[in-house]
Design a protein. Sequence first.
Length: 173
Amino acid sequence: MKSIKIILFTLFVFFSLENKLLAEIRYVDFKYVLNESKAGKEAQTYLKKRLDNGVKNLKNKEKAIQDEEKDIIKQKKLISAEEYKKKVMALRKKVSSLQTERSKLLDSIAKQRSKARTELLKTLNPIIKDYMKEKNIRLVLEKKSILLADEKLDITKEITDLLNKKLKSIKLN
């Protein structure tokens, strides 16, 4: 009889500690928060539009260079060899300039994307800390580092809602 009481007491303590520990652990899908929050969506839309406009502009310039190349090839027999070399060199400079412009566009957008992510995370940190204090949570993990977890432990939606209330948009200019 005494051993049954000890076993029951041990099981009771074990299960109550396990539930207490589980109540203090939650996880967040940061990718979802960054992509689905109002500020995150707005930043992505802005960056995508800027990239699309830049690529369109670069394609127009590339088309103009290709047309110029065709014209130079047509004129090859009509102009002197020296004049032909000058035109080819000028064309190469334009191609090089276009490649540099493409690199600058991509670098600029990457920097702005990084800036937006940093600003979102900077705003997100205190939100998560406050949420942890309010709900008595001791540990918040990132979803991508978890193999399996109960969906009841996911606080992604709540954190996204709190972020939407605190940060409406990100200034990228």
